[in-house]
Write a protein that binds this ligand. Structure first.
Ligand code: ADP
Ligand code: NA
Length: 333
């Protein structure tokens, strides 16, 4: 399989990002490398500029996301990691495909409708054409498989339509039709202060979230102060009804240990949360401390992050070159 996946560069990464996203990419990379496939991960900085982004923050977030991915196990020897802006073939192919993509197709994209809302006329052209860049991102590498969430399925379908129409219009067998892979249901981590809100970088309370930069003492403190209730851990999942904070702590422990919440309860039923939080904190620290150490070291060396991204970009450009040349040739350019 050749898997291509884009990731928005975000800063202030937290436990939700790690358990809900980053860890799955590492697994995908490992499985595909073991099966002899190629995996390409790009930081979607060219997508990020379809809305205004503070330039210095975008640069910093791109480096931070790259550092977090490498610290968490994305291995430049197993996967190609780069940022889109450093591989101009993405922007080039996007323009070349703009002659094939239809306005009617883009008009049907529900994500554009959601993001532009009532202000369609003042949305950027880039936000509208975003799916064409996404099509270029995967067609460029003749991706066979693209991991997509429910909200991205329509965009992958559009990439297939663009590929089919281009191949037909120009009488070539250039583009491969990528298949979706639906990633396994990821953990959804909630705030430590409110079990009904998602753990998020935009939560104003730092105590509500465990950051990838938190040290062991701070992690222990945040878990100790996490909101719970006075009841002990129940024997089964049903006993978590109406107890979102308790459910969240069990869910975090389950995700960390690759167990089901039911199995966690089977092992720890009857313990009070005081005792369980200590066990959870220990496990969190065990998982996060080595990631934090690598993350902090890398973050202090932006030149090294840029070097690793440049190596990835050079490899990506090499893989992209034949498709890009084939596209120019097919168009008579
Ligand atoms: P935030 O909500 O902090 O702004 P992003 O929207 O930047 O996070 O999400 C980046 C990635 O991390 C996405 O793949 C998203 O699904 C995942 N993610 C973010 N928060 C959580 C969470 N609380 N639980 C699980 N996954 C999450
Ligand atoms: Na968000």
């Amino acid at each position: 399989m050749r898997i291509v996946s884009g990731i928005q560069p975000t800063g202030n990464l937290h436990l939700g990002n790690y358990l809900g996203a980053i860890r799955n990419w590492v697994r995908m990379q490992d499985e595909n490398a073991a099966a002899g496939g190629d995996t390409l991960f790009f930081l979607a900085d060219m997508h990020a500029i379809t809305v205004y982004n503070d330039p210095a923050t975008l640069t910093a977030n791109t480096r931070e996301m790259a550092a977090a991915l490498i610290a968490a196990g994305i291995d430049p020897a197993k996967a190609v990691l780069f940022n889109q802006a450093r591989v101009p073939a993405h922007a080039e192919l996007c323009w070349l495909l703009n002659g094939t993509a239809r306005i009617g197709w883009l008009n049907r994209m529900t994500q554009f409708k959601e993001k532009s809302g009532k202000n369609r006329e003042s949305a950027s052209v880039g936000l509208f054409a975003y799916p064409v860049l996404q099509a270029a991102d995967v067609l460029l590498y003749k991706a066979t498989h693209v991991p997509v969430g429910e909200d991205q399925k329509q965009h992958l379908e559009l990439a297939r339509d663009v590929a089919t129409k281009f191949n037909t219009d120009y009488g070539v067998e250039l583009f491969t039709l990528p298949e979706p892979i639906i990633p396994p249901a990821a953990a959804r981590i909630m705030s430590l202060r409110d079990g009904s809100a998602k753990m998020s970088k935009s939560d104003p309370s730092d105590m509500a979230r465990i950051n990838l930069t938190d040290d062991a003492d701070l992690i222990a403190q945040k878990v100790r102060k996490a909101k719970t209730d006075p009841e002990p851990l129940p024997e089964d999942i049903g006993g978590l009804d109406g107890r979102p904070e308790a459910r969240n702590l069990i869910g975090i422990y389950a995700a960390l240990t690759d167990a089901t919440p039911a199995a966690v309860l089977a092992e720890h039923a009857g313990k009070g949360f005081g005792q369980f939080k200590a066990i959870l904190a220990e496990r969190l620290i065990e998982t996060l401390a080595p990631i934090r150490a690598r993350f902090e070291t890398l973050k202090q060396d932006p030149a090294e992050i840029d070097r690793l991204l440049a190596v990835g970009a050079a490899r990506a450009a090499e893989l992209a070159a034949p498709t890009l040349a084939g596209t120019y040739a097919a168009l008579g350019l």
